[in-house]
Design a protein around this ligand. Sequence first.
Ligand code: URP
Ligand code: ZN
Ligand code: ZN
Length: 476
Amino acid sequence: MDSQPFDLVVRNARVATASDTFDADIGIRAGRIVQLGLELPRGMREIDAAGRTVTPGGVDAHCHLDQPMEAPVRMADDFDSGTRAAACGGTTTVIPFAAQQKGQSLRAAVQDYHHRAEGRAHVDHAFHLIVSDPTPQVLAEELPQLIAEGYTSFKIYMTYDDLKLDDGQILDVLEVARRHDAMAMIHAENADCIEWLSKRLEAGGRTAPRFHAHARPLLVEREATHRAIALSELVDVPIMIVHVSGREAVEQIRWARAHGLNVFAETCPQYLFLTAEDLGIDDSYLGARCVCSPPPRNRDNQQVIWNGLADGLFTIFSSDHAPFNFEGTQGKRPNGEEVAFRHIPNGIPGIETRLPLLYSEGVLKGRITLNRFVELTSTNPAKAYGLHPRKGTIAVGSDADLVVWQHGPRTLRNEALHHAVDYTPYEGIELQAWPALTLAGGEVVWDGRDFHPRPGAGRFLRRGRPSLLPARPDAA
Ligand code: URP
Ligand code: ZN
Ligand code: ZN
């Protein structure tokens, strides 16, 4: 061993992984963790983490960055501002979506998305696919080829006119996931019910943002979740139900698990920290800021989601960051206008606040353990989408993606965030922790005060077989 074996040593860390919490020095060389131990020799650089918890960098497995939208709407964050915000909030890997438009080849969507990321990302990234047009060519050739090339997950929508698949198409796509070992993510809301309810609301002049929640009640999510589970059972393939919002979908997922089905589930901060009242208690347009789908519910449902985070029902906690400005002409007010609820771009920002919110309100308030926090925000997303153990843990051989935590009160203010969105739905929340330091590939990207840009240093990750999928019967 040479006299200076480490580029960097993070010393005296209280390391937390999904399974253990222990004291160690972390030796880093060439961007990877090469040794964990006590009293490691000095490195070229040293960071003292005495008294601090150190977790693996967050893996945000559900976020939307620079996703093409219909004009005039445009996402506020691209790969530059989106991954900047991610890094400052402790997230070192992001998996946004390469979305196929109907009539477009899947390959073209992927190429376009690479072009958007090129030279801009500050942290490592991979792409999920969104399959909106499962033609015979897509099913037989493009999708299997892309899975083989490392795009080992895709999202299926049961709602939104431009993206939704019917049940037959969903079965076809799930069959490809089964045959080629991909993780299928499902947005479960019943499109026809939403359309029927929306028309009735509009006919009655009820078009304010708050009616978005009336058009998408819990049963709309429950029915689609039930159907998604049945379709996956028919094909005999695991699925990930994304952005689960409340009791009724949770009950369907518990039922599926109790029957031995491989149904994974994701939830997001908006279902813990927002309610339908944030969409407005009157007809104010301010509520447009919190329009997302499924919509936030009520306090009882927030508790159901907390219970699912604590007891293992949820596999993953993602941001579903979908960044649209409130002011201007390209976001929540298309062309500068206050539009009826069904024309408000869906989604809210959250890529930077995901980890501090869950750490403060979950770990420090005793609702979930620190190890469960790591599992939900880093380890399981890495396992679900074929990135583990390179990502999602603190182990010899893993990438040196680390977060050093600082405890102490801090009021969440949008002006202190690093995304390009002009609001946060969490303005004014009192946090009890924030990343004091984020390391991505062994480099400091956030030091608790300043962001250290490294555009283009974030690498594209070709992913492997999702390790949460059951072992193949023919595997040794
Ligand atoms: O409202 C949301 N969640 N917008 C983002 C797109 C999606 O369905 O995840
Ligand atoms: Zn969705
Ligand atoms: Zn989403």
